[in-house]
Every structure is written in structure tokens, then in C-alpha cells.
Design a protein around this ligand. Sequence first.
Ligand code: GLU
Length: 448
Amino acid sequence: MSEAKEYLANVRASLVKRDPNQPEFLEAVDNFFHTITPVLEEHPEYIQANLIERLIEPERAFQFRVPWVDDEGNVQVNRGFRVQFSAAIGPYKGGLRFHPSVNLSIVKFLGFEQIFKNSLTGLPIGGGKGGSDFNPKGKSDGEVMRFAQSFMTELQRHIGPDIDVPAGDIGVGGREIGYLYGQYRKIRGYQAGVLTGKGLSYGGSLARTEATGFGLLYFTQALLADQGESLDGKKIKVSGAGNVAIYAIQKAAELGATVLTASDSDGFVYDPNGIDYKIVQQIKEVERGRIKDYADRVDTAEYHEGSVWDFDLDYDIALPCATQNEIDGGRATRIAQNGATVVNCGSNMPCTPEAVEIFHKSDVLLGPAKAANAGGVAVSALEMSQNGERLSWTFEEVDQRLEKIMQNIYTESAGAAKQYGFGKDYLAGANIAGFKKVADAMFAQGVI
Ligand code: GLU
């Protein structure tokens, strides 16, 4: 075993011992460790400085009580989290997730991924993540507001435009960011740059709402162009019906592809004529309904219960945009058998390690989330820039910058994969390209 491999094995063993109950975090670390050996072989000084053991330990992580009163007058208590993982290249940056599954393991996996994703954007942002096990499903606006206010009453003491800048993630969209920002402003005063994903009337950026979905398609376009192909005429399977999925569907249609499906946690809709993003948007963002409602409104659409990945179809590209580990080994085999040749990740870590392995063996190209879905956080960083200069850019300007950033991310990831002998393993390439900048910054700043 090389010195680098032995070092990583030892760091992993100590992590397993210290955090035996954090399977998602371990999965994210494993995905990363599998691919960075050549960088450590090139830089033995990183091993000397024990850089990796420092990198997998958040600079700070905290959990807090979030009490609130529901519409019936009952006192509810949720858990809040914020993990400030790495500020080596800029202030901690990453979303807040409100979902019953949220725990420290989930927030740490997301925060860890965010470090390299943010680095890949080429913008000066570090990695962080947070959230709560609060379930927004079925809650009234008043309940969401009281919860968000209580959450921010604690979080505000830990964040700031140059310290830590949260944003949205699953369960946190424009409505929630509005309530969170309002409470921050009430306690701390005006500071537009403390959160991103804000409404346009109070410091938000044009194209931030669309950014993750649009960015996913720009990344897909760059990947296809490199294989001498284009999106024109391609059939796409999308999972999810949230912020990422909706705008991925819109951009895919604009670029000449047909999106056949959309889903939520109950089931999915299939429409051979192509999903209309505006109807999904109306159902999910305005009415806060279920994807089943889509089939009631569109004659050619059919609704099925269960996972969209268990449904056979002929298609070219899979865009998972729902949640982590939505594609396991069995589903990955099915995706390859259905004829898909590209899987680009809109959701964070949607593929289990077995699924990743199967895609590599079947020559299915995999665009990892930290590269393919970086458009959201990239435009968040552009929102921070606009807040800093107290100006707002046009939709076209932001969108053009986003497209360029996504093209660069593809080029950097593909280039690093090739340079380090990983062929078209873009997961390896994204890890390496994202890691190199962070490692260089950490090394230069000494043992801190
Ligand atoms: N939650 C998004 C992500 O996973 C966006 C984070 C942000 O804008 O800070 O990258």
C-alpha cells in the first residue's frame, strides 16, 4: 500500500471509531477518499501536515433547540443544526434543509460536499450547511413563519455576510428565506448579504431561483458537447418536483430535449409529450400540492405510485433532482439497461456507492452533484457580490455568468480526471479539482 493509501485508511478508521452513527457523512467521505490518492502522492507535505484529518473535522458544528407554537396552541420542539465546515477559501456558505430526516450526519455530509462544490465554482466561498428536522409538509404559513423566526433567533448569533451565509435547500425556498431574513433584520439590523435566495424586492438576485436547474442543464450541455453530442431531441427522466427539478425541466425543453417524468415522495407522473414546468411550478410552489395533481390536469400524463427509478422507459439522460441515495445498485442497473448514457446529479449525493460503481462499469457518464448542481450556490455567490456593491445585475448578465461557470466546472472536472488517470470519471475529477484549491489554501494558512 502506498503511503497516501495507508494514511487515508488510518484517517478513515479513526473516523469510523469516532462517528459510528453517521452513515451519510461516512459515505460522502468515502466517495472523496477513493479519488484523491494521486493528489496526496503528488503532495506528501499534505500528509505530513495531517491535512485530511483536519479537513474532515468541521471547524465548528452546533445543534440548538427550536421551540414554536403550532396553530392549535401546542408547543412544538425541533432541532436546529449548523455545520461550519471550512472557511479556508471564503466565508462558510451553504443551504438550510428543513426535512424530518435531518440530523447531524446528513448536515455533515452536505456540508462536506459543499466545500468542494463551492471551490469548483471558482468563487471565494467556504463550505457549510444547516437545517432542522422540522417538516414543512402540511404546515400553515403562520406555523412556518413562527418556526423560522425561532430558528433564526438562535442562528443569527453565528452568521453574517463575511462569516457564514445560509441559503435554501430541501424545504427552504423563497417563503422560508423571507421569514428567516425578516427575523435576522429585526434582531441585527439591515445586512442584505447574510442570506441568499432572497426575494427580488429585498436584495435577491435575478436568476437565483432558476440557477440550480439551469446550471444542471448547462453542465449537461458541456458534457454532451465534449462527446460530440447535444441536448436536441434527447429524452430525459427527471426525479423530483422542487426548485431544482422545475427549472431543469424548463431549461431542458428550451434546449430541445423532452422531459418525460417528474416525481415527489409519493409517486411520479409520466408524460410522453413532455412535462410542462409551469404546471409543476403552479402545483408545487403556489398550491403546495402533490405531483399526482399534474395527471388530473394534463390528459396525456399518467400517475404512478412509487419511485420513478423503478419504472422502465427508453431515455437518454437521467437527472436525479430529489434527494440523497435515491438511486441504489438495482436502480442504477435499470437505468443502464433502459439505455441512458448520462446521469447528472441535481440532488446532492443521489447515487449510493454501489450505483456509482455500476455506472462506471456500464460506461454511463456520471456528473456528480458537486459539479453538476453547483449553479445554485454559484449564483448565491453572485447575489453576495451584488449585495456587496449595492447593485443588481440583469437576468441575462447573471444567466450568462452562470453558463460560463458551469462550462468551467465541466472543463476543470474533466481535465482533472484525465490528468490524474481517471478517464471520464467526473466524480474523481470534481473531487480533485475542488480539493486542490482548498488544500493549497489550508496548507498556506498553517495548522489552524
Ligand atoms: N442548497 C444548495 C446546494 O446544495 C445551495 C446552497 C447555497 O446557495 O448556498 O448547493
